[in-house]
Write a protein that binds this ligand. Sequence first.
Ligand code: ADE
Ligand code: ZN
Length: 307
Amino acid sequence: MSAELHVHIEGTLEPELIFALAERNGVTLPYRDLADLRSRYEFTDLGSFLELYYANMQVLRTAQDFADLARGYLSRAADAGVTRAEFFFDPQAHTGRGVPLSEVVDGLADAVAGSGREFGVDAAMIASIVRDRPVHEAGEVFGELLRLRAPIIALGLDSAEVGYPPSLFEDVFARARAEGLHVVAHAGEEGPPDYVRQALDLLGAERIDHGIRSLEDPDLVARLVDEQVPLTVCPLSNVRLGVVDSIERHPLRRILDAGLLVTVNSDDPAYFGGYVDDNFAALHTGLGLTDTEHETLVRNSLEAAFI
Ligand code: ADE
Ligand code: ZN
């Protein structure tokens, strides 16, 4: 049993599925072929990745597309030994290009509903606010999710971090908490430790997604340890986005040794070189992760899950 708590469903859109959905939906892609598309998977930072990530979403149009996307991930997650998956989706990335939110939610919800039976994975959805879009959109899209009775368990916060502090989104997160939803937020990926504090104090975040820049602030680390706030860390993502230099220099062991409740996750596995099992394999090879440490990380994932 293990849980994956930090994966963007749009980040599981594999190159082959991009071409298949483009064909199905009559979308003309700006890529000659698969090799041409794959040659663009070199990123210098979060922004350079997000550009391709959002561009490729143009092939996602119908509920069937979203259901196929989620089923593909859930099947692959099952192969990785995942028994509980809490995945993000970015409503504004779709409504912003004219796709009705109901198509997104219906497709994902259909895959989630069948996931236990089909894949042996207990799945759940987290709607994530795209923080570099206009702030007023956050409240509007949240209201629409409520009207649709979208089966979400939590509200999250993602996309370009620096310059878009959690403090901008206090109102919508207060509404989410009032609705009885869980709250999580990306913070401390590229942004400073203060954004992690804001996520905790202003949004009421119960988990911090990434959070690795917290290590720069010993007082913050002490608080995260004391309160056992889970950090959902994504090692291959950190390397591919230049947040850390290499897997050999990844601070995961330092995070574990500090007593933080850290978990290992894939973030955007179609873009960063692998799913959660690939992340563990890289840690075993690059960091000499021990079986005991691996077991701790898996135990942490179940403890940090919203079950
Ligand atoms: N959206 C998809 N992947 C993301 C990441 N690693 N950080 C912020 N937003 C994201
Ligand atoms: Zn993420």
